[in-house]
Design a protein around this ligand. Structure first.
Ligand code: TRP
Ligand code: ZN
Length: 881
């Protein structure tokens, strides 16, 4: 067991740094047996700090071995400082001085993948949030901003490419087969944005001319085997650069922008100044190896990291409680970018699905925290859906309330006012207020209160007066450490339809002659009543259009209303949402019912018209056809019984597929593509429809479907189609075909790690192929690698996170399995181990049958010898009453 409890950090205890570091001079000597880091800091007392202790404090880590330290050129002796695994203290320093520190590291043995480490033979770094302290002793906090000069030295033959932030200002040979490159970054930055890469990489060059006519060098560095997988990322980068100029007026600032791909990476990518480092799976793509989903993910992540150059780097966070200042805002920016270059409705559907399935779950569980948390133990546990996705929704609501023009003025003011500063979410909101003249004081509660607001809506129609009224009550549930919350300021999009599907004018009083058919109502009180006048019949309400706020909407929908909106709502998002609601209602009505209970025939009718009508927006249809996931159905149920939900959902899927079998075959053929691979929303929709048709046909083990899948698997010209066919076969009962296809896919792609990750997760996330014994066998597979987070995520995460029915085996074997793997990973990579705990955290929400087993698994992890602070925090918060 862990003997001491990790320390909790509180926002309320924030103090400005006692010392500032204006300049950092680094020299890295890289060797096979380790790395020596020489650091020279130009330090001065912070005039704004009341702290006059004369004591300079630096953060550190157990990965550091201090070799020497000197102050203003004089070596410090024992007794003149203390240094250990958590930091270094130098007492009695003058107001201005230079501190020299030499540390020794072993990057080749660094399995945590923070600080300086090795990935497939190259050196790379990951410093956010607190990794710089694993490289050298330093006041490792984002409000200490410095100019960096970095000299990297390594063997020329093995590491011809040496990179760091900024511009390369010097290079040369050192004798002994070694060489060096010196980099200088003119922009002051926090230590978390520092980066270094050294390796034998190929360079892909491109260029971008900014709006003001500056020529920017774009360079992508990858291992030689990936040279053909760079085009999409570079094209995405250029689109993102142009978009940020057009939509936010933000130009790139350095003369060079570099992207590096590494195979071993804890997260998706990192926005280091001028030197973004990416997880290979989030940047490398070619049509034969990457699915449409991967192409879209790459485009949005490349954009995300690029957008951080302004929202994160030029204007950064004062402390880590402000993380959403950069992440929420940047996700909002990348979301809008993706909507603009693709299908906006589809993008909104995807984002809201994720939000409602996973972020709402987080907000209702033991790890719930506000967008701006007030305490944490391990900051890496707070790179959450709440900080990222809910944070983006909060920025979106500000834009909805202000309108696009004032929002743009607000963002201009924010960037101008705070350029070069480390600021807070409050500074962001203030800039929006100052530019717009609007009062956002109540709105700020979105940053302070955790939990998803519940909106209960009821309605009434007074035929004598021709008045329809909506009553909206808001309530925010209690979350750990937060009770009795205040009402929040919520924008609520609304429209009304007549019985022919026409949009009605929304007249809010008897004298209102407005023609507009869509409004954003503003909720500020616990209860509001809104009246709509001049209505000759009871309208059908279209509520929360476009999902204007991240809330749970409760309204007594009838199936008639949902079906009506499914085909008539002019808001594409709400049309989709109505279809989901209908499907949820039908599935839920079958949970726990005998298998002869009939499936609502109107659902089948609705799906038939979706599948058969080629006139509809096919991108929207492709989304509407997808039944709500088990994870979502589970999320909206109290005391959830996973097996019962799975059975009911399967029943509906079977019924739909059996009844609509001929339509599915026709849909499959209608969406056949002949020409070259294209990434337009239409082409993507066609592939999605075709693969959904295939999946449904194989779900019912249809023979013609089997033929189609086998042929598609053989002849596919792109990975979307090939893996779609493989997935369909894997999820069927055609066991021989499944095994043959898996084997041949492996033979074809075994040298490509990105494809093999998909091969793993197609199996582990499959209710049919992903039985625990098979998953255990995959852990022994030659392609599995415990040190590679992507492989761990695709095998262990695919099973525990995406295969609900196998993971939640009532015999608790899945839970014990996960506990075992978390304990194993905790020793090598605590960040990854802590993320894997997540499927167990909500044990209280499950039916009795599951609860005890989940709790026991958490306790097993809790009792592990030498538990990391990362896992400690998640497990203890999950078990707390
Ligand atoms: N800032 C990164 C982003 O763009 C997140 C990130 C990358 C990260 N690597 C990390 C966070 C390691 C914590 C630890 O979202
Ligand atoms: Zn980010």
């Amino acid at each position: 067991m862990r003997t001491s409890q990790p320390k909790t950090i509180y926002l309320s205890e924030y103090q400005v740094p006692a010392y500032l570091v204006d300049h950092v001079d680094l020299r890295f000597e890289l060797f096979e047996e380790g790395a020596r880091v020489h650091s020279t800091l130009s330090v001065r007392r912070n005039p704004e700090s009341p702290n006059r202790s004369g004591q300079f404090e630096l953060d550190g880590d157990s990965l550091l071995k201090l070799e020497s330290a000197a102050l203003d050129g004089r070596a410090l002796e024992e007794g003149e400082y203390t240094a250990g695994s958590s930091g270094m203290v130098v007492p009695g320093v003058p107001d201005e001085f230079e501190l020299n520190v030499v540390t020794w590291l072993e990057p080749q043995n660094n399995t945590r993948l923070e600080g300086l480490y090795k990935s497939s033979g190259m050196f790379c770094t990951q410093c956010e949030a607190e990794g710089f302290r694993c490289i050298t002793y330093f006041p490792d906090r984002p409000d200490v901003m410095s100019r960096y000069r970095t000299r990297v030295e390594a063997d020329l033959a093995h590491y011809p490419v040496l990179l760091s932030n900024g511009n390369d200002v010097d290079r040369g040979e050192l004798g002994d087969g070694r060489h060096f490159v010196t980099w200088e970054d003119p922009f002051p930055k926090p230590s978390y944005l520092f980066a270094l890469v050294a390796g034998d990489l190929v360079e892909k060059k491109d260029a971008f001319t900014t709006e003001s006519g500056r020529e920017i060098d774009l360079r992508m560095y990858v291992e030689p085997r990936n040279a053909q997988k760079c085009d999409h990322a570079l094209a995405s980068l250029k689109r993102a650069m142009r978009w940020d100029e057009e939509v936010y007026g933000r130009e790139y600032d350095l003369n060079i922008f570099m992207i590096v791909a590494v195979d071993d990476f804890n997260m998706g990518a990192m926005e280091n100044k001028g030197l973004n480092i990416f997880n290979s799976s989030c940047v490398l793509a070619s049509e034969d190896t990457a699915t449409d989903i991967a192409f879209e993910r790459i485009e949005s992540i490349v954009a995300h990291e690029y957008f951080h150059n302004w929202s994160g780097n030029r204007v950064t966070c004062r402390d880590w409680f402000q993380l959403s200042l950069k992440e929420g805002f940047t996700v909002f920016r990348d979301t809008e970018f993706s909507s603009d270059v693709g299908s906006a409705t589809v993008k909104r559907i995807e984002d809201v699905t994720m939000l409602r399935t996973a972020q709402f779950a987080e907000d209702a569980g033991p790890m719930a925290h506000p967008v701006r948390p007030s305490s944490y133990m391990e900051i890496t546990n707070f790179y959450t859906l709440t900080i990222y996705e809910k944070g983006a929704e909060v920025v979106r609501m500000i834009r909805t309330l202000l309108g696009p023009e004032l929002f743009r003025q607000g963002s201009d003011l924010y960037f101008d006012r705070h350029d070069g500063q480390a600021v807070t979410t409050d500074d962001f909101v203030r800039a929006m207020e100052d530019a717009s003249g609007r009062d956002l004081s109540q709105f700020r509660l979105w940053y302070e209160q955790a939990g998803t607001p519940v909106l209960k809506v009821t309605d009434d129609y007074d035929s004598a007066r021709g008045v329809y009224s909506l009553t909206i009550r808001q309530h925010i549930p209690d979350t750990p450490g937060q009770k009795n919350k205040l009402p929040q300021h919520i924008p609520f999009g609304v429209g009304l339809l007549d019985s022919h599907g026409n949009s009605l004018p929304l007249q809010m009083s008897a004298s209102d002659e407005a023609e507009i058919t869509e409004r954003v109502l503003e909720l500020t009180d616990a209860e509001h009543i809104f009246e709509f006048h001049g209505l000759a019949e009871r309208p059908v309400p279209s509520l929360l259009r476009g999902f204007t706020a991240p809330v749970r909407l409760v309204y007594p929908w009838t199936r008639e209303q949902s079906m009506f909106l499914m085909s008539h709502d002019p808001d594409g998002f709400n049309r989709w949402d109505a279809g989901q609601r209908l499907a949820v209602d039908v599935i839920n009505s079958l949970v726990g019912k005998p298998s002869e209970t009939p499936v609502e025939p109107r659902l089948v009718t609705a799906y038939r018209s979706l599948i058969s009508n080629a006139e509809l927006d096919q991108a929207l249809v492709a989304k509407m056809l997808l039944l709500p996931s088990e994870a979502y159905l589970f999320e909206i149920t109290d005391e959830a019984d996973v097996q019962a939900i799975h059975t009911a959902r399967n029943r509906v899927l079977n019924e739909l597929a059996l009844t609509l079998r001929d339509e599915l075959v026709a849909c499959y053929h209608r969406n056949h593509q002949s020409g070259p691979y294209e990434l337009t929303p239409q082409a993507i929709a066609q592939r999605a429809l075709r693969n959904t048709a295939l999946a449904w046909l194989l779900h019912i083990n249809d023979d013609e479907g089997r033929e189609l899948a086998l042929r598609q698997f053989q002849e596919a010209g792109n990975m979307t189609d090939q893996s779609g066919a493989l997935r369909a076969l894997v999820n069927s009962d055609f066991e021989d075909d499944r095994e043959r296809a898996l084997e041949s896919f492996y033979q074809q792609w075994q040298k490509d790690p990105q494809v093999i990750e998909q091969w793993f997760s197609i199996q582990t996330s499959s209710p049919r192929a992903g039985r625990l014994a098979n998953v255990r066998a995959l852990l022994e597979h030659e392609a599995f690698d415990w040190k590679n987070p992507n492989k761990v995520r695709s095998v262990i995460g695919g099973f525990a996170g995406q295969n609900l029915v196998q993971f939640h085996n009532p015999d608790a074997s899945g839970y014990q399995f996960l506990a075992e793997q978390i304990c194993r990973l905790d020793d090598s990579n605590p960040q990854i181990a802590a993320r894997l705990v997540s499927p167990l955290t909500r044990w209280r929400k499950f039916a009795r049958l599951y609860r005890e087993g989940m709790k026991a698994a958490l306790e097993k992890v809790r009792d592990k010898e030498g538990l990391s602070a990362d896992v400690y925090e998640v497990v203890h918060k999950s078990l707390a009453d």
